[in-house]
Design a protein around this ligand. Structure first.
Ligand code: GTP
Ligand code: MG
Ligand code: NA
Length: 457
């Protein structure tokens, strides 16, 4: 970076809101990608990260202000699921971010996970803007592709403008009922006290320029201290996943500092602290989603803020949502190992103490946590005796089979978003272990419930 200028890192922005309000679609619109259409059931079930370089932001906002000066290298956007089962991922995302976009569907107003997200943001005092999405669904909307919303709104008929005003007023009232002052961004004279609402369409792109500019300008204006780059490593594990050809990898968000290939690291593991070395540091290309498998760029070193995929040995049991530490020359490894394990208690507390329960297998630790959270909810309430990530192998079937003697209906594997190897399937059929597979979290419950009801008859 240039001499003499204060170095700011990219702000980390989390995108939150109720299911299907258009969070992923908004990112697709910014990235010019098609991530949302590739999602099972059209719902996001993992946490993702995308780096948007300042140049792309300049390009998308040029119609607004030719002189818009951006002092940040870019924006790191974290996509989160809106489905109710994924509160842990929303919480993880909001815990990492400097600023957030709360997405509200203009046709629906505030919904349960809008309020839940709002409360997560309030709890952490996180600044946010509201994207009032799907304006193109207003009856008679005239598409002004990718235009600033200020310009697009002027081109609408009187009826559209009236319907917009009406819905906006209702939604401002709903926010007020939650104790939050909001106002249309162009009328908002008290930023900081009153949150700005930007109307958007993720399909035709209106309002995206204002949304981006508002976010970045607000962050760089009010968060200079927080965004001033620091060398001290601050890094969180987002997800743990097995990638063909790479083995088990961890997706991390590097908030501050520099990571190098070969760095000695310590992360929290299900079976104790993991002390290993960074084998490779990978990122997707800018404007591409980290959670979608694609071409990765290899880096010798990488500077914050970034979403990064790390490969290395022994990462299988790493716990998502926990901190990653780099061991420096003067550090005591044993001390670091102890402190990383503090984060662990939460996940282990989900496993039933009685030792009786189903076996749960998921593609990532993030989705495993979400499934565990879901199984714990009172209406579902299925005890869990064992957990695993990645494809279901024979060894998992063996573990689940322990229940055949204790409680037969629990000799079951709930497999979420994972494959079952043919050998595992064969063994399960032989010894009487049930395997239910689904790529939508609540379908597992439906299948299991039908099975239990059937047994009772
Ligand atoms: P989850 O991640 O599952 O919580 O959903 P999401 O908030 O990411 O919403 P998503 O991007 O999956 O969009 C949900 C549906 O709404 C999809 O069918 C989108 O095509 C549609 N959609 C999203 N944004 C818009 C919009 O601005 N206008 C219209 N007409 N449809 C939209
Ligand atoms: Mg989504
Ligand atoms: Na969706």
């Amino acid at each position: 970076e240039e001499e003499g200028e204060k170095t700011l890192r990219s702000p980390i922005c989390c995108i939150m809101g109720h299911v299907d309000t258009g969070k992923t679609k908004l990112l697709d619109c910014i990235r010019r990608t098609n991530v949302q259409e590739g999602e099972a059931g059209g719902i996001t079930q993992q946490i993702g990260a995308t780096y948007i370089p300042a140049d792309n932001i300049r390009e998308r906002t040029k119609e607004l202000k030719a002189d818009a000066k951006l002092n940040v290298p870019g924006l790191l956007v974290i996509d989160t699921p809106g489905h109710e089962s994924f509160k842990n991922l929303r919480s993880r995302g909001s815990g990492l971010c400097d600023i957030a976009i709360l997405v509200v569907d203009i046709m629906h107003g505030l919904e349960p996970q809008t309020i839940e997200s709002l409360n997560l943001l309030r709890m952490r005092n996180t600044e946010f803007i509201v994207a009032l999405n799907k304006v193109d669904r207003l009856y008679g909307w005239k598409v002004c592709r990718n235009a600033p919303i200020g310009k697009a709104m002027k081109l609408q008929s009187r009826d559209v403008q009236l319907e917009f005003e009406h819905r906006l007023t209702q939604i401002i009232t709903q926010f007020k009922e939650q104790g939050i002052n909001t106002e249309l961004y162009s009328k908002n004279k008290e930023r900081g006290e009153t949150y700005s609402i930007v109307p958007t369409s993720a399909i035709s792109g209106e309002g995206i320029p204002e949304m981006l500019l508002l976010l970045v300008q607000w962050a760089q204006k009010t968060m200079v201290e927080k965004l001033t780059y620091s060398n001290e490593i601050q890094c969180t594990v987002l997800e743990v996943k097995v990638i063909e050809g790479l083995g088990t990898t961890i997706d991390v968000v590097l908030v501050n500092g520099v990571l190098h290939e070969g760095d000695e690291i310590v992360v929290c593991g299900f079976q104790g602290p993991i002390h290993t070395t960074i084998r490779s540091l990978l990122t997707p290309h800018p404007m591409k989603e980290l959670r979608v498998k694609g071409a990765y760029i290899h880096h010798k070193e990488i500077k914050a803020a970034q979403g990064i995929k790390i490969t290395g040995q022994n990462l299988e049991h790493a716990v998502a949502g926990t901190a990653l530490y780099v061991v420096g020359p003067d550090d005591d490894v044993e001390e670091i190992k102890e402190s990383v394990m503090d984060d662990m208690r939460n996940v282990m507390s989900r496993i039933d103490k009685s030792g009786e329960g189903v076996y749960v297998q998921a593609s990532t630790l993030g989705s495993l946590e979400a499934l565990l959270e879901f199984l714990k909810t009172p209406v579902v309430s299925i005890p869990v005796s064992g957990i695993g990530i990645g494809p279901v192998h024979k060894k998992d079937v063996m573990k689940a089979s322990v229940m055949l003697e204790k409680k037969k209906e629990y000799a079951t594997i709930l497999a979420f978003d994972v494959k079952v190897t043919p050998e595992a399937r064969e063994l399960a059929d032989d010894i009487g272990v049930k395997i239910f597979i689904a790529d939508i979290i609540y379908h597992l419950f439906d299948q299991f419930k039908a099975y239990i009801d059937n047994l009772k008859e």
